[in-house]
Design a protein around this ligand. Structure first.
Ligand code: SAM
Length: 233
């Protein structure tokens, strides 16, 4: 009931197909996790709350129907796979620099029968220089990949003017968010909006950081991988 209660609290529609796809994903994750480092969260209820409902929490903030979305540093598929399962009309791209994780996600996509979802093996800094991906997405999402300054440089170049970048952060992320103001401005983002939400079926609070993209990102960004983290904007 944890998942269903949480979905109802978030006012997200579900049916047997979506619930079965979630179960298939969980079973594949647990099986693959025995031979590959994918997640520390293995308990079923924890998976529902800390992975699935957490991934879906952004619906409190924005309407994601029909959006083209890139999930940067998706790892084992969060937040991208739960979003695709429960919002099948989204168009999702999952990006990660570790090919083993991408190969796992390809298996998940095939077995769950998800459509309009693709994977890319590559570094965000390089893929966002490709004209097929630069400023092509309505929404860039990222969870647990880097601090806000670094993450802004990795994610904002993917977003169309008028689109949005959302970072999933813990509730103690105020300092790193304040520190990212300069980076966001340079990369052509607007104000940084932080919203605090309680994760359904838990006592955990999360910060969802939303940035609107105002104009085109200057061509010199993102910089080379080493430089971004050594010398954040
Ligand atoms: N987003 C997932 C989650 O919340 O469970 C995974 C988080 S995991 C801690 C960080 C992931 O980001 C890893 O899978 C790593 O390979 C990927 N990653 C880190 N830097 C990256 C980059 N520059 N470009 C693409 N992927 C990156």
């Amino acid at each position: 009931m944890t998942l269903i209660n949480g979905l109802e609290e978030l006012k997200i529609d579900y049916d047997n197909k979506k619930l079965n796809q979630t179960e298939t994903f969980y079973e594949m994750l647990i099986e693959k996790n025995k031979v590959m480092n994918l997640t520390r969260i293995t308990d079923r209820e924890d998976f529902y709350v800390k992975h699935v409902l957490d991934s879906l929490l952004i619906v409190k903030l924005i309407d994601i129907s029909d959006q083209s979305i890139i999930d940067i540093g998706t790892g084992a598929g969060f937040p991208g796979i739960p979003i695709k399962i429960f919002f099948p009309d989204t168009k999702i791209t999952l990006l990660d620099s570790l090919n083993k994780r991408i190969l796992f996600l390809n298996e998940v996509i095939e077995k769950t029968g998800l459509k309009d979802i693709s994977t890319i093996h590559g570094r965000a800094e390089e893929v966002s220089r490709d004209k097929d991906h630069r400023e092509k997405y309505d929404l860039a999402l990222s969870r647990a990949v880097a601090n806000m300054s670094v993450l802004s440089e990795l994610c904002i170049p993917f977003v169309k003017t008028g689109g949005q970048f959302i970072a999933y952060k813990s509730s103690d992320s105020k300092q790193e968010t304040d520190d990212a103001c300069n980076a966001v401005k340079i990369l052509s983002g607007g104000d940084i909006n932080v919203s605090r939400y309680k994760l359904p079926e838990s006592e955990i609070y999360r910060n969802i950081v939303l940035i609107n993209k105002k104009t085109s990102t200057p061509k010199k960004y993102p910089r080379n991988p080493g430089v971004i983290s050594k010398n954040p904007l």
